[in-house]
Design a protein around this ligand. Structure first.
Ligand code: ZN
Length: 105
């Protein structure tokens, strides 16, 4: 019988009550509130910069692991209100100020 494991068990270990996988905290299944908080922390709280789907995924995967994390992170970013607003109107880009003419000095 062929066994397919998503994580290699020998790479899992426990530290301070957290299960770690290759140094990343494993988020147990069904922790949707926690996952939402993690996504918000990495996507929404970076000095008002909202990184894209890939960037958010790469930031989070440095520290956390959970099953289907890529899908859930993409979904979170896709439905982020701030990103949606930025994309679909209500843009206030401010006043355009032309650069000065170079003096050649
Ligand atoms: Zn966003």
């Amino acid at each position: 019988m062929k066994k397919k494991r998503f994580l290699k068990l020998h790479e899992l270990y426990e530290s301070n009550g957290c299960i770690l996988y290759k140094g990343r905290v494993v988020v147990p299944q069904g922790q949707s509130e926690l996952i939402k908080e993690i996504c918000e922390g990495f996507h929404c709280n970076l000095d008002h910069i909202h990184p894209g789907q890939n960037e958010t995924y790469h930031l989070i995967k440095k520290y956390f692991w959970w099953k289907r994390m890529n899908d859930e992170i993409n979904d979170f970013v896709k439905h982020c209100e701030n990103c949606q607003r930025g994309k679909y109107g209500n843009k206030s880009v401010g006043k355009m100020i032309p650069l000065g003419v170079p003096t050649g000095k």
